[in-house]
Design a protein. Structure first.
Length: 278
């Protein structure tokens, strides 16, 4: 701890630079691997949610038959065509997809490096309470990525590819638009699943309370339903598939906020007792 106290601001910046360099090196390695295998990745990963035989659509069809709905939820065909209208379009999208995949696989290591930089500045008590933060953040991020890729993306792609305002208009998407949409949905879900962590720290510093979250629970439900309606086909079942996990995430955030808030009040009371005795 003494060495950390003697470090100047520039020393801290230098240390942060090395943490980030190691993180970006790991991300770059994963990016190179993804770039080399781009043909397989695009065929089996990037464009997979746009295929009628995607795993999500298969399970949805099986569920439809199981509950007696027949083939009402089955996706038979997706009228989906992709074009590249720019000379550098395919190459840039290969770079983009490779970087995104590298960032996803390297995210846990990036969190670990950032945590190693932050941890020495915390007190022993704070370090003990923050154990497992890297695992929790990484798990929630990857869980959100999976939710975005397997649930949100196929629903959105199916809805947008089948949406039509006139028979004259033909849906032929540019590869840049498609990849950007998939990346936004997947990373947006990954960021959204960080809500419990964000609520934890906001409650810790006193900006959010469980009472505040409960007060605006109805507003949150409306927002969740709006999000589900935007990114899914116009049927209640698909919207429910999206809305339920998001609502559960909000309820988990309330539970975490309540625990942190009670612990914070208890610690404040203990501090007051100690000061009164002195």
């Amino acid at each position: 701890m003494s060495e950390e106290k003697e470090m100047t601001f520039l020393d801290h910046l230098e240390e942060l630079r090395w943490h980030l360099m190691r993180s970006f090196t790991v991300i770059f390695v994963f990016m190179i691997v993804a770039f080399v295998g781009a043909e397989w990745i695009f065929s089996n990963v990037v464009f997979a949610p746009a295929k009628a035989d995607f795993i999500t659509f298969r399970y949805l069809c099986d569920f439809s038959n199981w509950v007696g709905l027949g083939d009402k939820l089955c996706v038979v065909d997706i009228p989906f065509k992709v074009q590249s209208r720019l000379m550098t379009g395919q190459f840039m999208m290969q770079l983009t997809a490779s970087f995104v995949i590298g960032l996803i696989f390297g995210f846990p290591y990036l969190c670990w490096e950032l945590w190693k930089f932050i941890r020495p500045g915390l007190h022993n008590k704070e370090q003990k309470k923050s154990r497992g933060v890297v695992s929790i953040v990484s798990f929630l991020f990857l869980l959100g990525i999976a939710f975005g890729y397997f649930i949100v993306t196929p629903m959105t792609v199916y809805f947008l590819s089948t949406y039509s305002i006139s028979d004259i208009v033909v849906n032929e998407f540019d590869i840049t638009s498609y990849v950007s949409t998939v990346v936004s949905l997947v990373f947006g879900s990954g960021a959204l699943f960080q809500l419990p962590v964000i609520i934890y720290f906001l409650t810790k510093i006193g900006l959010v309370t469980p009472h505040f979250l409960r007060k605006y629970r109805k507003h949150s439900i409306v927002i969740i339903l709006i999000i589900a309606a935007i990114v899914t086909p116009p049927d209640p079942f698909s919207q429910t598939i999206i809305a339920i996990p998001l609502y559960m995430l909000f309820e988990i955030s309330i539970f975490i906020s309540e625990r942190v808030y009670k612990r914070k009040l208890r610690e404040e009371q203990e501090e007051e007792l100690k000061s009164s005795r002195v």
